[in-house]
Design a protein around this ligand. Structure first.
Ligand SMILES: Cc1ncc(COP(=O)(O)O)c(C=O)c1O
Length: 403
């Protein structure tokens, strides 16, 4: 039999989906499973987007330009201006989700063996895309005890070698919900400048910042305009994960030209997705505010609920719709699997993502889980109750409040 690639073997399994077979078994047994594990928004897509899909006005569903439909990119220029991100139409390349923007950024900017430094826990697919491109991710752990603040500049500098080509951030962060401060962003800018690195900045959760202060984009950082490659997506902000539309944005002409080779090779981003995404940019202020308020309320509810369960701890995340919480258990992955296979409370159980899958440093995240608040408050309430009952019953529970 022919052998499969080592690269494929090295690809990490998604920490979010790993437990899916156990969840399916639990459902087959008739249990109600509360999904706290996955970042699939449950809120309605804007009506303007649904209408655009309903009244698709095309006689041929043709390829679109490889860089994306012009009218959509023009509208995006205006959208970004609202966040003081001043880019031209030619700086915006439409991709098949933010995922493809990450993948093309790595392919276009990094050679095999080149290194990217990234604070962890981090969105796990970065590792997968790095392996695909041959790039090496070097991680610096941030800690739940410090609320996942940016690790110190010294720790970045200690990892820099002649092969270091890029820093990567996700802001607001998946999985921690952390939002970088101006001071932290300036620190990143200084490192990028000093070592002339790329700064890959994944800003797909930009709409969901709960500090009240204006959003800080990597594009706001002065003096590194040509180093920044921004990853964006409509998946989260308009509950449109299924239309597969994202964007790669850069002012760096060489990067643009190189990225376009991949864009041309894959011919076209999804046509219908772009039509829907373009319409979504007309979503009303009321819609955006409603979605924002809903997530904010859920965040408060979930984090408060977690912190009331003895032995559990979650910092207060300032962005996105996730938090990483510490649980009083011997091993969070075993606990998450146990919840699905060996536990039920009144016909219900919970599914969580073990946080160890978001770290590469061994031993980190072993007692942490990532929780997504993409469930209605009523379901969050039930999920919290089920979680507290599961912790009471779990044989590997660590006793005492301060583990
Ligand atoms: C931080 C981050 N970046 C990128 C993506 C990819 O999103 P998509 O490919 O749906 O645009 C996700 C999806 O969960 C994400 O959380």
């Amino acid at each position: 039999m022919p052998t499969i690639s080592q690269r494929g073997i090295n690809m990490p399994a998604s920490p979010i989906r790993k437990l899916v077979p156990l969840a399916n078994n639990a459902k087959a047994k008739g249990l109600k499973v509360y999904h706290l594990n996955i970042g699939q928004p449950d809120l309605a897509t804007p009506e303007v987007a649904i209408e655009a899909a309903r009244h698709l006005d095309r006689s041929v569903l043709e390829y679109s330009p490889s860089e994306g439909i012009r009218s959509f990119r023009e509208k995006l220029v205006k959208y970004y201006r609202k966040f003081r991100i001043n880019v031209d139409i030619d700086d915006i390349i439409i991709t098949t989700g933010g995922s493809e923007a990450v993948s093309f950024s790595f392919m276009a900017c990094l050679d095999p063996g080149d290194e990217i430094i990234i604070p962890e826990p981090a969105y796990a697919n970065y590792m997968a895309f790095a392996i695909s491109s041959g790039a090496i991710i070097k991680t610096i752990p941030s800690s739940i005890d410090q609320g996942f603040v940016l690790p110190s500049v010294d720790r970045f500098e200690a990892l820099i070698t002649p092969r270091t080509k890029a820093l990567m951030i996700c802001n607001p962060n998946n999985p921690t919900g952390y939002l970088y401060t101006q001071k932290e962003m300036n620190q990143l800018r200084d490192i990028v400048k000093k070592y002339d690195l790329f700064l890959f900045s994944d800003e797909v959760y930009r709409e969901f910042c709960y500090t009240g202060a204006p959003y800080i984009s990597a594009f706001h950082l002065e003096g590194i305009e040509n180093n920044v490659v921004l990853v964006d997506s409509v998946s989260k902000r308009y509950s449109e994960c299924g239309i597969r539309i994202g964007a790669l944005i850069t002012k760096n002409t060489q990067v643009k030209e190189n990225v376009m080779k991949w864009c041309q090779a894959r011919l076209s981003p999804p046509l219908i997705g772009q039509i829907v995404a373009e319409a979504s940019l007309d979503a009303s202020e009321e819609y955006m505010l409603e979605v924002y308020n809903e997530y904010l309320e859920r965040r408060n509810f979930l984090v408060d609920g977690i912190n009331r369960i003895p032995g559990c701890y979650s910092p207060i995340p300032m962005g996105a719709f996730y938090t990483v919480a510490r649980l009083p258990v011997d091993n969070a992955e075993t606990f998450c699997a146990w919840c699905l296979s060996d536990f039920e409370y009144e016909g219900q159980t919970v599914m969580m993502a073990p946080a160890s899958g978001f770290y590469t440093t061994p031993g980190y995240g072993d007692d942490e889980v990532r929780l997504a608040y993409v469930l209605k408050k009523e379901d969050l309430r039930k999920a919290l109750l089920v979680l507290s009952k599961a912790l009471e019953a779990y044989p590997g529970r660590i006793m005492g409040q301060d583990k």
